[in-house]
Design a binder for this molecule. Structure first.
Ligand code: NCD
Length: 360
């Protein structure tokens, strides 16, 4: 079991003060009395030991996926718990993956995807809707267009001393930490991160508004040997808040405007689609986004040992022809997402005894 020791008392802190804290500091208020993560909002809440622990747990569950005896045991671990999925932005992978992960660990699940069908329609505030779910369910798994909502919700739950677990399935253009977890789980399965040898990860496309790009970069910052190359049109470059975080943590990074120049040096490439739901739809043409497509010609310049990732859904930045490229790992990453989410849920409820599960 992984427990943190520096839990802070959330009953005395007020919202304004909580708001001013860094994600890492907020994380101290978002732990259970037992030291597990109670609300998982930000990649920065994880440290290396917890990350390694979650990946080890996910790998046990993944490799035993066809073992009926193990599967039956897994279902008992969270068999007394219930979950509410509250997704007010579109989702295919994250929603299905969380829903199946929760059920695989025995949780009963309810879902709200259309706010018109909840009391929001009658004028209830979203925070009251969420507090209702917190009273009814043991875990609230959520996705929404405005990041500040999950922050406020996690604060209220912690401040009121509620036991509800909160999981971020995507918050505005800010964070998507479980997506980062599944990408990282895939990266460690193919690249050698243990030796400490230098590696370069290229993150390509609309970095300004991609929560998946941000969450992965924060998580990769736990590996000091990884250099981050942000490859994007100038207007869509990675925000200064993130690069300042990398500087503060002694992580190497650079901004690039040419994918063609950067591509031969990358050990992993993480492709992003244009996030035009947060802007105008004509941006792709105006910003010459075609230069940031991973065409088969460009992929030919990528090292044979590299891996290709994409959070999906994709558009034309990643052609379907690349799916059969041996370096393509994005479909497999979708699959790993379910196992790492099972691992996370087990951890958050203190059912994360790696040795016990391995021996079962
Ligand atoms: C992403 C998201 O919703 O942020 N998808 C996902 O969860 N796998 C990526 C995107 O929408 O571009």
């Amino acid at each position: 079991m992984h427990v943190a020791t520096d839990r802070a008392d959330a009953s005395t802190i007020i919202w304004d003060d909580f708001c001013g804290l860094s994600p890492r500091e907020k994380g101290r208020y978002l732990l259970t009395p037992g030291g597990q993560v109670q609300s998982f909002l930000y990649s920065q809440q994880l440290d290396r030991p917890l990350l390694d622990h979650l990946i080890a747990l996910a790998e046990i569950v993944r490799t035993r996926r066809n073992d009926e005896r193990f599967g039956a045991h897994l279902k008992t671990l969270l068999g007394t718990k219930s979950g509410a999925l509250y997704f007010t932005q579109p989702s295919t992978r994250t929603f299905t993956s969380f829903s199946l992960a929760a059920r695989a660990a025995g949780m009963m699940c309810e879902e709200i995807r259309d706010p018109e069908m909840s009391s929001l329609y009658k004028g209830e505030s979203e925070i009251d809707t969420l507090l209702t779910l917190a009273e009814l369910a043991d875990a609230v798994i959520m996705r929404q267009g405005d990041h500040s909502l999950i922050d406020r919700f996690a604060f209220e739950v912690a401040h009121r001393g509620l036991e509800t677990r909160i999981l971020n399935g995507g918050s505005g253009s800010e964070q998507h930490p479980t997506q980062a977890l599944l990408e990282l789980y895939t990266i460690v399965s193919y690249l050698d991160l243990e030796s400490g040898d230098p590696l370069t990860v290229g993150i390509v496309g609309d970095l300004k508004r991609s929560r998946t790009a941000r969450s992965l970069s924060y998580l990769l910052a736990l590996y000091p040997q990884i250099r981050h190359r942000f490859i994007a049109p100038e207007e869509l470059q990675m925000g200064d808040d993130l690069t300042e975080y990398l500087d503060d943590n002694g992580i190497g990074w650079q901004r690039d405007e040419s994918l063609d120049e950067a591509i031969p040096e990358l050990d992993a490439i993480y492709m992003m689609r244009m996030q035009d739901e947060y802007g105008e739809t004509s941006e792709a043409t105006r910003l010459k986004y075609a230069q940031f497509r991973l065409t088969t010609e460009r992929a030919a310049k990528l090292k044979p040992t590299s891996i290709i990732l994409h959070p999906l859904p994709r558009r034309d930045e990643l052609p379907i022809e690349l799916d059969s490229d041996p370096r393509a790992r994005y479909w497999e990453a979708v699959n790993r997402g379910k196992y790492v989410r099972i691992a996370l849920l087990l951890h958050m409820f203190g059912k994360d005894d790696v040795e016990g599960l391995r021996a079962y």
